[in-house]
Design a protein around this ligand. Structure first.
Ligand code: HEC
Length: 104
């Protein structure tokens, strides 16, 4: 009986010790936050954006002239059109960089 109590005490202590050294989650979180931030316009490429634009944005309507819209108009347009064209985050940033560089 005594041995059983001792044994369970050891298991409890071991459990506490284990959970005490688990700061893994915080470390992963901060890495992910950094990765997210690095998908910023800094890696957006205007020539890549132009290619994607010509390939993906004339499927449903004529290729719109980027100069027909202001920078302010392009933000919300790209938010809805990127979804329609199934662009990933990088393609979206590139196309946005392209249209903004030719906008009104
Ligand atoms: C799946 C079809 C589809 C694809 C792909 C698509 N569009 Fe459109 N687009 C539409 C439709 C439908 C409208 C008009 C209605 C609306 O605004 O949702 C439109 C409207 C527009 C307009 C006019 C908005 C306005 O306010 O007059 C622009 C500019 C535009 N699209 C740009 C783009 C760009 C840039 C892409 C590529 C990233 C793209 N579209 C891809 C369907 C599409």
């Amino acid at each position: 009986m005594k041995t059983a109590i001792k044994l369970s005490a050891i298991i409890v202590i071991a459990g506490v010790t284990f959970s005490a050294c688990a700061p893994k989650i915080t470390a992963e979180k901060s890495t992910r936050a950094t990765e997210k931030n690095s998908v910023a316009p800094s890696i957006a490429s205007i020539p890549e954006g132009e290619k994607t634009y010509k390939l993906s944005c004339g499927r449903c309507h004529k290729l719109e002239d980027p100069a027909e819209f202001t920078k302010k108009e392009w933000g919300p347009i790209m938010r809805s059109m990127a979804k329609k064209a199934n662009l990933n985050e990088v393609e979206k940033q590139n196309v946005l960089a392209y249209v903004l560089s030719h906008s009104k």
